[in-house]
Design a binder for this molecule. Structure first.
Ligand code: ADP
Length: 368
C-alpha cells in the first residue's frame, strides 16, 4: 500500500457530528511513511473530552484491515484552522444575497420540512412522540434534526442518549448527533438540577441562537418539541419558522383533549397549519392480547373532528417506550417490532405522504 491509496481510505471517514468527511473538512493530513510505519495528523477542533475517540478508532480499524501500521497524532487545530473550518461551514449555507446565516432553514425555498409537536398540557407524551416520529423518519431514510424547544422541561438529550455538549467552531454551534439525529436543546447548557427561570428576552435570544448559529446541515425534517400550550416560545418560533406545520398530541382523556384543542386553535390563530392529531396512551395491550383503555377512549377522534384534520395515529402505552426514553435508546431502534414502533412508522409514513403544507405565511427574515 502506498501513501496515496492509504490517504484515499482514511480521508472518507466521516466527522460524527458535522457528518462530512475528514478530507472535505481538512481535518486529516496526508500520511507519511518512515521505516515501514505510516503516520497521519488528525486536526481536532475544540470539542468535549473523548469526542474524537470514535474517529481515531475508525482510522485505526481501517489501518488494521489494510494491514498497515499507522500512528495517529491528534493535534489541536490552530486558531487559523478553526477559522477556516468555520468559513467552510458558513460557505455551505450561503444565501443568494451573499449573507451566510448558518440557519439554512431561513433560506427561502429550503427543502426542510419543519414539524412542530404541541400539546395543551404537559405529561401527555409530546416529547416521546416527537422523538418517536423523528426516529421513525430516520429509519425511513430521511435526514432529521430535533429542536428541543420545550425550555421548561427539556428531555430530548436524555431520551436520545446524548451525553455531551455541542461543540463550538468560531460562532457556529454543532448539534450533537445520536442515532443519526441532530439535536439542539437548552438542556445542553444548563445542568439537570438548575431550575431554568427564563425571562422573555433570554428565551428569545436562546431560540434565535438555536436557529441562526446552529449547523443543522441539509435536513429533510426538523422536528420541534414545543412547550405545552402556546406561550412566548411558540409565538417566537411561529415568527421565525413560517413554514412550521403543527401536530397536536393528546391522550384519549377528555380533559387533555380540551386543552389540546385550545392549543390547536391557538396554533391556527398564529396561522400555522395544523396537519394532524396524534393520540398517545390510547390503550395497553396485555400479554393476553386484550386491549385495556386505561385513559378512556375517543379524545383523539373528537379533537381531529373538531379541528377538521386527520387523526394520523394512536399509540399504545408501552413499557419499552418509557424504558427507551429513560436509557436513551428510542423505542423505534430498541424494539423495532413492537406495536408502538410500528404505529410510529405508520405515522411517519403518513407525514411524508401528506407532503409540505401549501399555505405559508410570507417568509420572515432573521436579523443577523
Ligand atoms: P411531555 O413531553 O408531554 O411532558 P413525555 O414525553 O415527557 O411527556 O412523557 C411523560 C412520561 O410518560 C415519560 O416518562 C414517558 O416515558 C412516558 N410515556 C409517554 N408516552 C408513553 C407511552 N405511549 N407508553 C409508555 N410511556 C409513555
Amino acid at each position: 500500500m502506498n501513501t496515496e491509496s492509504l490517504f484515499e481510505l482514511l480521508k472518507v471517514v466521516r466527522e460524527p457530528d458535522i457528518q462530512e468527511t475528514l478530507g472535505d473538512l481538512n481535518m486529516i493530513s496526508a500520511p507519511t511513511k518512515k521505516l515501514g510505519r505510516y503516520a497521519v495528523d488528525l486536526y481536532c477542533y475544540p470539542a468535549p473530552e473523548h469526542y474524537f475517540d470514535s474517529v481515531v478508532d475508525e482510522l485505526a480499524n481501517i489501518a488494521t484491515t489494510a494491514d498497515v501500521r499507522l500512528e495517529i497524532n491528534q493535534k489541536e487545530m490552530t486558531p487559523g484552522q478553526v477559522g477556516d473550518l468555520e468559513e467552510l461551514l458558513l460557505e455551505k449555507t450561503k444565501q443568494a444575497d451573499g449573507t451566510s446565516p448558518i440557519n439554512i432553514l431561513s433560506i427561502p425555498g429550503s427543502k426542510t420540512r419543519v414539524l412542530g409537536f404541541s400539546s395543551g398540557k404537559g405529561g401527555v407524551g409530546k416529547s416521546s412522540v416527537t422523538l418517536g416520529i423523528a426516529s421513525a423518519l430516520t429509519v425511513l431514510g430521511h435526514k432529521v434534526g430535533i429542536l428541543d424547544a420545550d425550555v421548561y422541561g427539556f428531555s430530548i438529550p436524555k431520551m436520545l442518549g446524548v451525553r455531551r455538549t455541542p461543540s463550538v467552531i468560531g460562532k457556529v454551534l454543532i448539534p450533537p448527533v445520536s442515532h443519526g439525529i441532530r439535536t439542539m436543546s437548552v438542556g445542553y447548557f444548563v445542568s439537570d438540577d438548575t431550575p431554568v427561570i427564563w425571562r422573555g428576552p433570554m428565551l428569545h435570544k436562546a431560540l434565535e441562537q438555536f436557529l441562526v448559529d446552529v449547523y443543522w446541515g441539509d435536513l429533510d425534517y426538523l422536528c420541534i418539541d414545543l412547550p405545552p400550550g402556546t406561550g412566548d416560545v411558540t409565538l417566537s418560533l411561529a415568527e421565525y419558522m413560517p413554514k412550521m406545520e403543527t401536530f397536536v398530541v393528546t391522550t384519549p382523556q377528555d380533559a387533555a383533549e380540551r386543552v389540546a384543542q385550545r392549543s390547536a386553535l391557538a396554533a391556527r390563530k398564529l396561522k400555522l397549519p395544523v396537519r394532524g392529531v396524534i393520540e398517545n396512551m390510547s390503550f395497553f395491550q396485555g400479554d393476553d392480547g386484550k386491549r385495556y383503555e386505561i385513559f378512556g377512549a375517543g379524545g383523539g377522534e373528537i379533537l381531529s373532528k373538531s379541528l377538521e384534520v386527520p387523526l394520523i395515529g394512536s399509540l399504545p402505552i408501552d413499557i419499552a417506550l418509557r424504558h427507551g426514553g429513560d436509557v436513551g435508546e428510542p423505542v423505534v431502534f430498541s424494539a423495532s417490532e413492537s406495536l408502538v414502533s410500528l404505529e410510529l412508522l405508520k405515522i411517519a409514513r403518513a407525514i411524508v405522504k401528506m407532503g409540505p403544507a401549501r399555505i405559508y405565511k410570507s417568509e420572515l427574515k432573521i436579523r443577523q
